[in-house]
Design a protein around this ligand. Structure first.
Ligand code: UDP
Ligand code: MG
Length: 325
């Protein structure tokens, strides 16, 4: 096979503290791969600035001027991790044979990118990076992540345990991913749906090199909830089941009340009445909210608003060559 053009896509949101080190390490990885003729000499990294408020973009411009491995994409506003990543993937696929996605914070091991490329050269379209050792993450993060994977699997969603968005995808994988046209993005659930030959590479997850997590608890829970409701209607079925169980309970309660009345018992029941009114009211609101969540999703999908707006592009030689061709 001809040496493939590799692009490493890195979504960056307020990452000025880590970016110099990230660029340094990824340049080393690309350089070594080129030297060993595993990837083409026009291989690059694509730094996607997701509407950062700090100096991230000016840093990217500076690196682009001095380092031929650095290309950039500036989004006009903050689109969020998944959309920023997608913008980079869709941009890179037009001039790349394979694309690796990695976070900017160096939590994922840049050295295994070489293994990704070797697997790609063996013929795999998708290579998943799997966190073997997550001891660097907090206990809370590990526990919630574990619960989330379990829940997703039990809802019938095919996702890989301990895999986030560190993976390699071939051009044809990305061409097919583009057809999904989903506004509610959950890439780690979408990619396995493609079904192309895939394999896994294990690595040790490290601590963030510098800066703070851009996923506070609130965003993390929203992301998990989004993942569930984008991939499964089981929660709605659960509402139906809950309604049925409550109906059965009410039949029992009615029988009890009727029999009591016939036997002449003095039915007072203020407490049970008030409690059941509150209880049923709560259950109904919960069910409505859940259904509303799905309707909100449909609303977003129907509008088909663009997920990101590209403001500026800093090109590399692979892009220039592709445009001239
Ligand atoms: N990120 C982004 N847009 C956002 C939030 C995060 O592009 O709105 C990027 C961020 O710069 C990083 C990656 O997404 O490269 C993952 O974020 P982070 O490392 O903070 O998440 P965590 O590892 O803590 O879950
Ligand atoms: Mg991180």
């Amino acid at each position: 096979m001809a040496t493939p053009i590799l692009t490493i896509v890195v979504p960056c949101y307020n990452e000025e503290e880590v970016l110099p080190e990230t660029v340094f390490r990824l340049s080393g990885v690309i350089d070594a791969l080129i030297t060993d003729q595993l990837v083409a000499s026009t291989s690059t990294m694509l730094l996607v600035d997701d509407g950062s408020k700090d100096a991230t973009w000016s840093l990217i411009e500076r690196f682009h001027a001095s380092n031929t491995f650095v290309t950039g994409l500036k989004l006009a506003r903050n689109a969020g991790h998944q959309s920023a990543l997608l913008s980079g993937l869709m941009h890179a696929k037009s001039y790349s044979d394979c694309v690796v996605s990695i976070d900017a914070d160096l939590q994922d091991d840049t050295d295994v990118i070489r293994e990704f490329v070797l697997k790609f050269r063996e013929g795999f379209d998708i290579v998943y990076g799997i966190r073997q050792d997550r001891s660097a993450d907090t206990f809370f993060k590990r526990a919630t992540a574990q619960g989330f994977y379990k829940l997703m699997t039990s809802l019938g969603v095919k996702i890989h345990y301990n895999h986030a968005d560190f993976r390699l995808m071939s051009k044809r994988t990305l061409d097919n991913l583009e057809k999904f046209q989903e506004v509610n993005l959950f890439l780690r659930g979408m990619v396995p749906l493609l079904g192309f030959p895939s394999t896994q590479v294990y690595y040790t997850r490290k601590e963030r090199f510098a800066g703070e997590s851009k996923y506070p608890l609130r965003k993390m829970l929203a992301f998990a909830f989004d993942g569930i409701t984008s991939f499964s209607v089981t929660p709605i079925r659960f509402v139906t089941l809950m309604g049925f169980v409550l109906f059965l309970l009410s039949v029992v309660a009615a029988l009890y009340a009727i029999v009591g009345k016939l036997l002449g018992a003095n039915v007072t029941g203020w407490t049970s009445l008030v409690l059941s009114v509150w209880f049923i009211g709560g259950v109904q609101l919960l069910a409505l909210g859940l259904i509303g969540e799905y309707i909100g999703k449909i609303y977003k999908e129907v509008k088909q608003r663009p997920l990101f707006v590209i403001e500026k592009v800093l090109k590399g030689s692979a892009q220039d060559a592709q445009e001239q061709a």
